[in-house]
Design a protein around this ligand. Structure first.
Ligand code: C2E
Ligand code: MG
Ligand code: MG
Length: 751
């Protein structure tokens, strides 16, 4: 382009004229120009014209660009996802895009020149005016939330961004961007609700990452476990483990979570203070869009209280409210259980049904409260009497039932029944000082004899109990009459035996033991007898088994041992020749008493020489305790006494334990002797035993030798000694001493 300050050239002159023409002035002739000048001027004009045309083209192109971008701007403006509004100084809407119109639910046309405040909820108008004032005062853009009315629809939350500018005339305007924030508000609300639930719920919540590191816990977690958030963050949940569950339990739990995404169940955990408590726990796996576990959420409730009430309910369902004893339901469960155990172990079991005698009199005479109190006392007396394995239950009214489990002997049930009846005959003192007397009638049924299930046993016990009542109360009855008789006889016998012991009614008889070769008396077996004032002499076969079952044998055995040692010492002191005295020991004595100490004490007390004392034990007593028996025998033998195996051949007759135990004498049982010389088998066995005994360096003796044939046979076989009616019956001490004296006289006479 040419510089406009250049000195006028023909072309500029022409252009000036041309512009004059363009402005309507007529062109002045150029008479004073030469043709070359005109020619050049035209050329310049032409060039100028081309330049102008080029500029025009440029202008048009710029204008088109401008229009295109303006159109694009309006498109953007109109179609923007947020509303744009231009508000005049008075708050009138001057411009609005389509989004703004859509947001406010009106057409763009109706928006123009409306006050914007018309669309603001009355309650939120203040917010708007406050910010607008600030905006104009400070020219700082304002961003704030308020609620806008939408034509024909519910108001919605909006965010407004306002900035100030001025229009072409310099008048200030407010540019406003309106966004619908319904979704954001909803999200915020949801989040704040979730946070409120998280923090305020009474359930403990623990969030861990996929590697089970604790990320977050809530307040309830702290309240339940005692651990604060800082104490558990970054730790593993195993911090809470109680040790109640084995690793298999947790492995199963996590296998379920892995497979199903969820686990729910009861679990025992430990609080920070060490207390172990039950919780109901549910664990959920949180997965991302690809299905990968990102977190685990554990929600739990402390169910200590629930458990306690469950236990309480369970107790109430199975117990009698008045006495606290198991009720009929629980009795049946226990009975079922005890029957199955007894069946498996081959044991017996008794069910005792007890009905109070004269209870009605107490109820009628002293009132129901007294009756209740008495029932409680009855429950107490019954419970005290029983072992842990037994069950006492109240069936209702004045009826009680007892299960005696682990019964070795059927008749033991009668013993318990007898004791209960005796205990109930004692007077009962009530709270108010009144003394009342009641009693008990008891029916007994036995497993397996009388029934195979709880129903049958209860029925039979019931029948037995009614018979007991009919017999005149204060009695027990078995379901079977024979059993009742036997049991009563047994109880009678036991009572008398106790009395006999207390009043020195036991005595010892002695049966001589004869040396085969010399025919001389070398010893005696001491055999206990009971001198009953009514029945006369009662043999041990009738009372030793009972004494075994009741444990009385320990006292009896000790008495016999002391009596024999005392007697033996006395005979020695009287100048009688030394003899071996054999005393029987019962299995019970080996089992339940400190035999070694007892024996040592008796030997010490009496001064009887231990080498003259022989203790007889049976095979079963030794087998019962195995190695323990060997230890006890060693202990006894260490005191200097001799040991004999009694009744050999009736039990296991095992060579192995003959070797194992430190024995001196083998006593072959009478049953082998009985059929000599008629049974070849018995004779062969007797021969075999003697050979075997001698190989083991034992003295072999025979018992129950009654005939000369037996005697001859045994002598021929090489038996060392014998005892039996062939020589002498057992006899009282005085008779025995006399016999011994006679033998001495014979010897002296012979000499
Ligand atoms: P045992 O130890 O085998 O005693 C031998 C038994 O056979 C004795 O019976 C004796 O009187 C009997 N007897 C001896 N010779 C003959 C005979 O020729 N023919 C017949 N038929 N019998 C004969 P008893 O005194 O009745 O004793 C029976 C069992 O009682 C004893 O068998 C023993 O096991 C036990 N016993 C006796 N006294 C005691 C004791 O003080 N303590 C313990 N624990 N048991 C004892
Ligand atoms: Mg014996
Ligand atoms: Mg014997």
């Amino acid at each position: 382009m040419k510089n406009k300050t250049d000195s006028p050239t023909p072309a500029t002159e022409l252009r000036r004229q041309a512009e004059g023409i363009a402005r309507g002035k007529a062109a002045q002739p150029t008479a004073n120009l030469s043709p070359e000048q005109v020619q050049r001027a035209f050329h310049e004009l032409r060039v100028h014209q081309i330049e102008l045309e080029m500029q025009n083209d440029e202008l048009r192109r710029v204008q088109t660009d401008l229009e295109t971008s303006r159109a694009r701007y309006f498109d953007l403006y109109d179609l923007a996802p947020v509303g744009y509004l231009s508000l005049g100084e008075q708050g009138m809407i001057q411009e609005a895009n389509i989004a703004a119109a859509t947001l406010l639910g009106v057409s763009r046309r109706t928006l123009i020149m409306q006050p914007f405040s018309r669309f603001i909820l009355p309650e939120d108008q203040d917010i708007f005016y406050r910010h607008r004032k600030l905006l104009f005062a400070t020219a700082t853009p304002q961003v704030f939330d308020l609620r806008l009315d939408k034509n024909d629809a519910a108001p919605f939350p909006a965010q407004l961004m306002m900035a100030v500018t001025s229009d072409t005339d310099g008048i200030p305007m407010c540019l406003t961007v309106v966004s619908d924030i319904t979704e954001r508000k909803n999200n915020e609300e949801r989040l704040s609700q979730a946070a409120a639930v998280f923090e305020n719920t009474r359930e403990g919540v623990m969030i861990t990452d996929a590697g089970q590191t604790v990320l977050r816990v809530n307040r309830a977690f702290t309240a339940i476990t005692g651990y604060t958030e800082t104490e558990v963050l970054g730790k593993k949940p195993s911090l809470l483990s109680s040790g109640h569950h084995d690793p298999g339990f947790y492995a199963d739990l996590w296998a379920v979570v892995d497979a199903t995404g969820h686990w729910q169940g009861e679990i025992w955990n430990r609080r920070k203070d060490g207390e172990i408590y039950p919780q109901l726990l549910s664990i959920s796996a949180v997965r991302d869009a690809t299905g990968l576990v990102t977190d685990y959420v554990s929600v739990f409730t402390d169910i200590t209280q629930i458990k306690a009430s469950e236990d309480r309910l369970d107790f109430l369902a199975h117990h009698d409210a008045l006495t606290g004893l198991p009720n009929r339901l629980l009795l049946f469960y226990r009975l079922e259980h005890d029957i199955s155990v007894a069946r498996r172990e081959g044991m017996k079991l008794a069910l005792l049904l007890l009905d109070l005698d004269r209870f009605k009199d107490v109820n009628d005479g002293h009132g129901h409260l007294a009756g209740d109190e008495l029932l409680q006392q009855v429950a107490e007396r019954l419970s005290v009497r029983l072992r842990d394995a037994d069950t006492v239950s109240r069936l209702g009214g004045d009826e009680f039932a007892l299960i005696l489990a682990d019964l070795t002997h059927c008749q033991d049930a009668a013993k318990v029944a007898g004791e209960i009846i005796d205990a109930f005959n004692e007077p009962w003192r009530l709270h108010n000082g009144a003394e009342v007397s009641i009693g008990a009638s008891i029916g007994i049924s036995l497993f397996p004899e009388n029934g195979q299930n709880p129903e049958e046993l209860l029925q039979q016990a019931d029948v037995a109990m009614y018979q007991a009542k009919n017999e005149g109360r204060g009695k027990f009855k078995y379901f079977s009459e024979d059993m009742t008789q036997a049991a009563r006889a047994r109880i009678g016998l036991e009572t008398r035996l106790r009395r006999a012991m207390a009043s020195d009614k036991l005595c010892v008889h002695y049966q001589p033991q004869i040396d085969m070769a010399s025919g001389r008396m070398v010893g005696a077996e001491a055999l206990v007898r009971w001198q009953d004032p009514d029945e006369g002499l009662i043999p041990p076969g009738r009372f030793i088994p009972l004494a075994e079952q009741t444990g009385l044998i320990v006292a009896i055995g000790k008495w016999v041992l002391r009596e024999v040692c005392r007697q033996g010492r006395q005979w020695l002191d009287a100048g009688l020749p030394p003899l071996n005295l054999a005393v029987n020991l019962s299995p019970h004595q080996l089992r339940h008493s400190d035999m070694g100490a007892t024996l040592a004490q008796i030997l010490d007390e009496t001064g009887f020489p231990p080498e003259r004392l022989e203790l007889e034990l049976t095979e079963s007593a030794l087998m019962e305790r195995g190695l323990e028996s060997a230890r006890i025998l060693d202990e006894l033998r260490a005191l200097g006494v001799r040991l004999a195996l009694d009744d050999f051949g009736t039990g296991y007759s095992s060579l192995a334990y003959l070797k194992r135990f430190p024995l001196d004498v083998l006593k072959i049982d009478k049953s082998f002797i009985d059929d000599i010389p008629f049974h070849q088998d018995d004779m062969d066995i007797a021969s075999a035993i003697i050979a075997m005994g001698h190989i083991l360096r034992l003295k072999v003796t025979a018992e129950g030798v009654e005939t000369v044939e037996q005697f001859e046979f045994l002598k021929a076989q090489g038996f060392d000694s014998y005892q039996g009616y062939f020589n002498s019956h057992p006899m009282p001490a005085e008779a025995f001493a006399a016999l011994l004296l006679k033998q001495i006289e014979k010897i002296i006479l012979k000499v």
